[in-house]
Design a protein around this ligand. Structure first.
Ligand SMILES: [Zn+2]
Length: 469
């Protein structure tokens, strides 16, 4: 996401789980994330979400959902948890059979006891039917009555039952039924649009590459939709809310940024691209977010926001972090992409950005105080990741040289495409690829809480860039 004010969900759960049957196992709430220990659930691995919703903007208090989660049990399960915030759950089946018991715990746990124990290694499908007013983090009202979903760290559970932790990525299908005159936009490629003859249209979207929960979205508005293609044939679908600025130059620039970043990071990872430009209702935004294949922008397409959110398609969406200590593998790179884009336009990063920013903050202790790796609970998306992440990556580039720096980025993408990775893995890859001991560099830049020593701050030619200051 771009750095905008957001609420950090503080989840306090009171778990009152009954004792397990003697020989069975329970999938538990929580995957033990260092910052969000209750996020996600253990005992299974989701392969696919088939999310079906109906929503009428005239009745924002009622979303009707019918979601099937296909997962593989990683343990013998007598019961398991899904994350879902709010809603009345009317029916739950597992492999077509009604669940023996369904319970809600805390503010986002749905506890399902299937009719039969699920065996470790087996694949099962849990279907949940639910309705009510969406109340979870990330559900927003739009200026002219529509709605959209954009929220990090959590937003999936605001509209469908999920294993809501970035380490469990899954493919995704969306079927959204809305009144005539409204359009539903989702992630990935569009499917057929059908009408029911009773005033409703149903939109279908499919994201065929694994996705983290917070990158999934639906946006419902009276959209104007433009379609084009990248040079490699990837469709670019850009949707504009009625109040959003439609700027043909910015739309052309979107494709230029996609192709430019592909030249730096490696092939664009997804089978569709584009944007959702919405206008959030006053007090409910602004929010820009790297929703997969189709970032969400507040008000319109602007180059700074686009370079950042499009870079996230590689860094954050295709290669996702393992837990919330690793925000830098997403935000540090997305923010550095802004400078790469400006450099492509003719700016000099050393002279125009890096050296002045460092000079401005030389004696600003707060600026250097939060470590970029493992910044601490509640600081998982601290502004340091944005402000100092781009400095660190530029200093790394000047330390190892352009060729090796971009080789590191492309190998990172190639090695972890569509998966999860951690910041320590990035450090290891950088050292191996560069053939250099970068321990001191990363200790100073990624783990330190004070300004790096000058040898790390002004490596190579950066030293001469300071001479003119
Ligand atoms: Zn971001």
């Amino acid at each position: 996401m771009r750095r905008v004010p957001f609420l950090v969900g503080t989840v306090v759960l009171c778990l009152l789980l009954a004792p397990s049957p003697a020989s069975g196992a329970d999938g538990r709430s929580g995957l033990g994330d260092p910052y969000f220990p209750e996020d996600g659930n253990s005992g299974y691995d989701v392969a696919h979400y088939d999310v079906r919703i109906a929503y009428d903007p005239a009745h924002p208090d009622r979303l009707t959902g019918d979601t099937t989660v296909t997962a593989r049990a990683t343990d013998d399960l007598d019961r398991f948890n899904l994350d879902l915030t709010g809603f009345d759950v009317s029916a739950v089946t597992v492999d077509g059979r009604p669940a023996r018991e369904v319970a809600r715990e805390g503010d986002h746990e749905l506890v399902v006891t299937p009719a039969q124990r699920l065996s470790a290694g087996s694949t099962f499908a849990v279907r949940v039917r639910y309705s009510g007013r969406p109340v979870g983090e990330g559900w927003h009202q739009l200026a002219d009555g529509g709605a959209d979903v954009a929220g990090e760290p959590h937003s999936a559970t605001a509209w469908y039952p999920a294993n809501d932790h970035p380490s469990d990525k899954a493919t995704f299908s969306l079927t959204a039924t809305v009144p005539e005159g409204w359009t539903a936009i989702g992630n990935g490629r569009p499917g057929p649009v059908t009408t029911d003859g009773a005033g409703h249209r149903t939109f279908r979207w499919h994201e065929d590459h694994p996705m983290v929960g917070y990158a999934s979205t639906v946006a419902i508005d009276r959209f104007t939709v433009h379609t084009s293609v990248m040079k490699d044939g990837t469709p670019v679908i850009t949707a504009y809310s009625p109040d959003a600025l439609i700027d043909p130059d910015a739309e052309a620039q979107q494709t230029e940024i996609l192709e430019f970043l592909a030249s730096r990071f490696g092939p664009y990872p997804f089978s569709s691209a584009g944007a959702i430009a919405v206008t959030h209702r006053a007090g409910d935004g602004p929010v820009d977010l790297e929703t997969q294949s189709r970032p969400t922008y507040d008000s319109g397409l602007f180059d700074v926001a686009m370079a950042h959110e499009i870079a996230h398609q590689w860094f954050g969406d295709s290669v996702s972090f393992t837990d919330w200590r690793d925000g830098c593998i997403s935000e540090c790179f997305a923010q550095y992409a802004n400078w790469l884009w400006y450099e492509h336009q003719g700016d000099d990063i050393d002279r125009d950005y890096y050296v002045p920013v460092v000079a401005e903050h030389r004696d600003d202790h707060d600026f250097w105080s939060v470590p970029l790796y493992d910044p601490g609970p509640g600081r998982q998306l601290d502004k340091a990741l944005y402000d100092r992440g781009q400095l660190m990556l530029h200093a790394l580039r000047r330390t190892v040289g352009d060729d090796l720096f971009f080789t590191i980025l492309r190998r990172w993408q190639r090695d972890h495409r569509y998966g999860n990775a951690s910041w320590p893995q990035f450090e290891a890859l950088a050292e191996k690829t560069a053939g250099q001991d970068l321990t001191g560099f990363f200790a100073a830049w990624a783990h330190g809480t004070t300004i790096p020593a000058d040898k790390y701050l002004y490596p190579g030619t950066l030293g001469s860039a300071t001479a003119g200051q």
